[in-house]
Design a protein around this ligand. Sequence first.
Ligand SMILES: *Cc1c(COP(=O)(O)O)cnc(C)c1O
Length: 354
Amino acid sequence: MKKHNFSAGPCILPQEVLRQASKAVLNFNNDDLSLIEISHRSQPFVDVMEKAKSLVKELLAVPDGYSVLFLQGGASLEFIMVPLNLMKEKGKAVYMNTGTWAKKAIAEAKSLGEVVIIGDPSKTKYNYIPKGYKIPHDSDYFHCTSNNTIYGTQMKIFPDSPTLLVCDMSSDIFSREIDVSKFDLIYAGAQKNMGPAGTTLVIVKDEILGKTGRNIPTMLNYQTHINKESMFNTPPVFPIYVSMLTLQWLKDLGGIKTIEQLNQEKADLLYAEIDRNSFFKGTAHKDDRSNMNVCFLITDSRLEKEFNTLCMNAGINGLKGHRSVGGYRASIYNAMPIESVQILVNIMKQIDEK
Ligand SMILES: *Cc1c(COP(=O)(O)O)cnc(C)c1O
C-alpha cells in the first residue's frame, strides 16, 4: 500500500534517494564494495564528503569565512557545544524560549554561565513566536530556534542581533531561503529535511571561535572538526552520503527557491482547509504558522476515531501530535509531495460533509 508519511522526524526522504542509497549499501560506485565498508579516508568517500559540503555551500549560498561541518550527537549535542565554544568564562547568553527544544538548549547553557531568557509563551502552549524583544548588547550570543517542530511555529524574520546570532534550524533548514551572512552559527540534525538520523550539520563563522578562554574538550571543540574537515574521527558515512544525495535531489529540483515555493503551496493548501473546516482548528498563531509542521486539533472529539480510521485506510502515517501537546501534527517536509497533502485535505472535507 502506498504510504503518505507525515512523520515529524526521522521523516520522509525522496524515494529516488532511498533507492540510490540502498544500492550504494550493496555496491558503491560499481566497485563491488559497500559504501559502509570502505575506509572513510579512501578517495571515494572523501569525494562524498567534499560533494556534501559543496552542495550545502551552493544551496544556501554560504559566504566565504564559514566552515561546513558534519558532526555526530544530533542537534542535542549542539545544545552544549554552542555554549562551550561561544560563551566566555563567566559569560552571558540570551535564549529565546519557544518550547521543548529551546528549553533543552537553555538548560545546557545554564550549566556554563548566565542565561537571559526572552519570551515565555509557555502559558499558551508555545503557540506563538515572541516579538518586539531587545537583545542585550553585553551578551556573548543570542540563540533562537527557527522552527518549533513540536508546536508548529516558525520564525518568519530573524532579529538584527547586536551580538552573535546562533540558530537551531533542525526542522526547516533547506526549506526556505535564508541569509546565512546574518548568522554566526547554524546547526541542524539531519533527520528532518536532509537525511537519516546520525549526522548534524553545522555552519560556523570561523572568526567567532577560540575567544572564550575556556578549555574545550577535543571532540566538543568546533576547531578540531574544522582542522580535520569533519574527519577527526570516523564520520557517520551513511548519513552523510544520504544527505549528499538529498541535497543533490534538491539542487536538481531547482534549489531552495523552488522548494520554498512548493512548501508554501503545500502549507497553504492544508491551512486553508483547517481554517475553512469547522471540525478542525489550527493551534499556532496565524502569523507564526510553520510551513513544515502543521499542528491542529479536531473540535469534536467524537469524530476523532472516524478521522483516524479514514487516515489509516488512506495510508497516512505519523499524524499524531507530539506526546507533550496531543492533537495532530502533519509534517510536510521537503520530500512530501503535494498529492499526499491533498489526500489528507480530502479526508478533512469528508469529515465536514457527513
Ligand atoms: C528534532 C529536533 C532537535 C533534536 O535533534 P536530535 O538530532 O534528535 O538531537 C533539536 N531541535 C529541533 C528544532 C528539532 O526539531
